[in-house]
Design a protein around this ligand. Structure first.
Ligand code: FAD
Length: 434
């Protein structure tokens, strides 16, 4: 029995490792078109800022490690050009054909360069792979640009802007939407905007960039441009093999991560999943999800019966020292999904005042009729991930505001005030619902 996996980063290598663990006799072959596997792209902005000293630090395991220690064959520079499911074969770009019994498609995503003229100019970069990181770092070191334009104010765009600013560049961020982080709630994100301004990062909202000229973006002089206008799932290979795509344009899979083709699984940034709050499909390309999906795909490809239920949409980012995390639905999103949302936003301290407590913002959203919690956001300098994770767990457990208000959360002065900001927000929300 041979399992072939296309793509060797988060989803692909998680699938390979899990399949190998469950079935020692299975032949596991990973085909990766790039030069490296198993690396953390999430660390790339920190390589730009200099916090991560070498790209090697981002590589978790090498192909040699997988061969030697895990008995997994990893072939880099191996691009799959076609999948022929009737024959259970993949065709490599060089013409070689390889039989599979089970297949995992983990082809990931690529930066979206559509509709931006001049995206191919030599001073225009994306930051998606280790190679991208190397090229951009070299450009910074050799060309010493002074002014950078970042296109896109999603979490990756803001991380890049922060990294470039901390390296001394003047930075302008262009965002086509009226708010950063796709949030549509400027009141909530105003602290992020204030933090950007305090670090002298210029933010231009509602500013769609259609073209990049040499030395200029939308009238602003710049000698470096970084594209961070979202990603598109790499689905062409799958679609040509008659793998069904979902409403979002990414590959549709079952809870077992299986596509419509029996024995063909897919995982990571190339697939859509279920939003556990709305019950509908969502495309949320994140490393955390890719690893979990890959693990389930690998297990099932090795004969197990595991499931990946979906996500509540949790993500977190740090911008110029300020942490911002969101999970579930915002009030605007909830209304679009047919809920009757009520939201409470509170400002509190993340620790007692006498323990150097800093301001933190918590927002909770619930449905008026059912009082079920629908989403939340946390902004602050400390404790953001811990608080956000509590909300995410509550969403996964589908609990209501009244239950949330009763949570037995930790308290000691170095960590939290006696009334945790989450509980204060829940009390406020309960009052509004009453
Ligand atoms: P990918 O990492 O895209 O890997 C897919 C692989 O498939 C690629 O190496 C590609 O070369 C290969 N491939 C594609 N087609 C073929 C083919 N035909 N033949 C052979 N090989 C092929 N996520 C978080 O959760 N938190 C973060 O803080 C975070 N920060 C990020 C910061 C940056 C700058 C970036 C770029 C991403 C970040 N992410 C973060 C997202 C995370 O890195 C991705 O979600 C994750 O890498 C997805 O893994 P994947 O295996 O599905 O896809």
């Amino acid at each position: 029995m041979r399992l072939v996996i296309i793509g060797g980063v988060a989803a692909g290598m998680s699938a390979a490792a899990r399949a190998r663990r469950l079935d020692k006799a299975l032949e596991v072959v990973v085909l990766e078109r790039g030069p490296a596997v198993s690396y953390g792209a999430c660390g790339l902005p920190y390589y730009l800022s200099g916090r991560v000293k070498s790209l090697d630090e981002l590589v978790v395991y090498t192909p040699e490690y997988f061969r030697r220690e895990r008995n997994i064959t990893v072939r880099t520079g191996a691009e799959v050009a076609a999948i022929s499911h009737p024959q259970r074969q993949v065709a490599l770009a060089g013409g070689e054909r390889l039989h599979y019994d089970r297949l995992v498609i983990a082809t990931g995503a690529r930066p979206d360069r559509r509709a931006i003229e001049g995206a191919g100019l030599p001073h225009v970069f994306a930051l998606h792979t280790l190679e991208d990181g190397r090229r951009l770092r070299e450009f910074l070191d050799r060309q010493r640009p002074r002014r950078a334009a970042v296109i896109g104010a999603g979490y990756i765009g803001l991380e890049i802007a922060d990294a470039l600013r901390s390296s001394g560049l003047e930075v302008t961020v262009f965002e086509s939407e009226p708010d950063v982080l796709g949030r549509q709630d400027r009141e909530l994100t105003k602290s992020v905007q204030a933090r950007l301004a305090a670090h002298r990062i210029e933010l231009r909202l509602e500013s769609r960039v259609g073209a990049i000229e040499p030395g200029r973006v939308a009238g602003v002089a710049c000698d470096l441009v970084v594209l961070a206008a979202g990603v598109r799932p790499n689905v062409e290979l799958a679609a040509e093999a008659r793998v069904d795509l979902g409403r979002t344009g990414a590959i549709r899979v079952s809870e077992r991560m299986e596509t419509n083709l029996t024995g063909v699984y897919a995982a990571g940034d190339c697939v859509e999943t279920v939003h556990l709050v709305t019950g509908g499909p969502i495309y949320l390309p994140l490393g955390t999800t890719a690893n979990k999906m890959g693990r389930v795909a690998g297990a099932n490809a090795a004969g197990a019966r595991e499931r990946f239920a979906g996500v509540v949409g949790t993500f977190i980012v740090q911008v110029c020292g300020l942490g911002l995390g969101m999970t579930g639905l915002s009030a605007v999103q909830a209304r679009k999904e047919g809920f009757d949302p009520v939201s409470a936003r509170i400002e509190a301290r993340d620790r007692p005042r006498y323990f150097d407590g800093r301001p933190t913002t918590v927002e909770l959203v619930a449905d008026r009729r059912t009082r079920r919690l629908l989403g939340g956001a946390v902004i602050g300098e400390d404790g953001v991930a811990g608080r956000l994770n509590v909300i995410a767990a509550a969403l996964g457990a589908r609990i209501g505001v009244d239950q949330f208000e009763q949570l037995d959360l930790a308290y000691a002065p170095p960590f939290a005030p006696v009334w945790d900001p989450l509980l204060v927000a829940a009390q406020q929300l309960a009052k509004l619902l009453d």
